[in-house]
Write a protein that binds this ligand. Structure first.
Ligand SMILES: NC(=O)c1ccc[n+]([C@@H]2O[C@H](COP(=O)([O-])OP(=O)(O)OC[C@H]3O[C@@H](n4cnc5c(N)ncnc54)[C@H](OP(=O)(O)O)[C@@H]3O)[C@@H](O)[C@H]2O)c1
Length: 283
């Protein structure tokens, strides 16, 4: 193939990160597969001359810097960064501990920032690159209960990515936000999801059905992560790649609802909103 690129993926040992990694290798690209357990990366992705496995816990800055150094030593460049790794601290906001909120933000917001901060100097030197962030329907504002911390991290991720886009575009660096709906990965297993301990009696009646709902979704999500991996290859090869890719019919439903809600919000107070300009003559 002519367009062989160097991909760098976080959380590549399981879930959709492993599907992304397999698809990238199968397409003939070079891959820096990173994760907290490097042995698992080798087991899952197998030996390949195009594969470098590197330990990387996205909550550790020194890991990110060392992983990027190893990537450049081995392949000389990084073309596509996929900020994929995340976890899910689930529960009502009032029942999530401050430590759970910190952990959610550390993994799903500050983690991608940390990894991207380490990668950007490489991409700036190249005057080329593509930063992809895996957000969620929850980053669009699905309004689901039990996702307050997770949605906060994904909204933060999106705000940061949208601002970053303008900052790095002059260097030939593209950015893409991906909003998956429900995909059948390991996210809703106990390895990835930690539920808040019950602590506020006012939520008792609503907690049990929500716990049942979220637990029941595990293994029944409608999206196929192997197909999402192929879609990721497609959008990464587009010139230019898209600013945003909404992945799955359920995610499109969420996005369309968000657009309708925003339009309704504008319409409900448009006159009040446009009446707020400073009136120099009256002053
Ligand atoms: N599946 C869905 O329905 C869905 C929907 C919307 C968005 N997403 C997003 O898709 C991305 C991938 O999630 P997934 O569904 O594939 O979940 P998953 O099956 O639980 O996989 C999560 C991955 O993140 C890694 N990870 C967790 N904490 C980490 C850390 N501190 N440092 C490095 N790696 C870490 C995990 O590695 P370990 O083995 O080390 O834990 C694992 O490889 C996430 O950003 C998630 O928010 C998923």
């Amino acid at each position: 193939m002519t367009d062989k690129r160097v991909w760098f993926i976080t959380g590549a040992g399981r879930g959709m990160g492993a599907d992304f990694a397999r698809a990238v290798l199968a397409a003939g690209h070079a891959l820096v597969a990173t994760g907290r357990d490097p042995d698992r990366l080798t087991q899952v992705l197998g030996p390949s001359d195009d594969l470098l496995t590197v330990p990387l816990d996205v909550t550790r800055r020194e890991d990110a810097e060392a992983a990027v150094r190893a990537a450049v030593e081995r392949f000389g460049r990084i073309d596509v960064l996929v900020n994929n790794a995340a976890s899910f601290e689930a529960g009502f906001f009032e029942e999530l501990t401050p430590e759970q909120i910190d952990r959610q933000l550390a993994t799903s917001l500050v983690g991608p920032m940390r990894v991207t901060r380490a990668v950007l100097p490489v991409m700036r030197r190249q005057r080329a690159g593509h930063v992809i962030a895996i957000s969620s329907s929850a980053g669009l504002g699905a309004g689901f209960e039990f996702v307050a911390a997770y949605a906060a991290s994904k909204f933060g991720l999106e705000g940061w990515m949208e601002a970053l886009r303008a900052e790095v575009a002059p260097f030939g660096i593209h950015t893409t936000i991906v909003n998956p709906g429900f995909f059948r990965t390991e996210l809703l297993t106990e390895q990835s999801t930690r539920y808040a301990e019950p602590s506020v009696a006012d939520y008792d009646a609503r907690r049990a059905p929500l716990l049942d709902y979220w637990r029941s979704q595990n293994g029944r999500q409608t999206g196929d992560p192997a197909k999402l991996a192929q879609a990721l290859l497609t959008i990464a090869s587009q010139d230019p790649p898209p600013r945003r890719f909404i992945a799955g019919a359920d995610a499109i439903g969420t996005a369309e609802q968000k657009i309708a809600d925003l339009q309704a919000d504008i319409a409900s107070n448009r006159a009040l909103s446009v009446s707020l300009a400073f009136d120099a003559e009256a002053a």
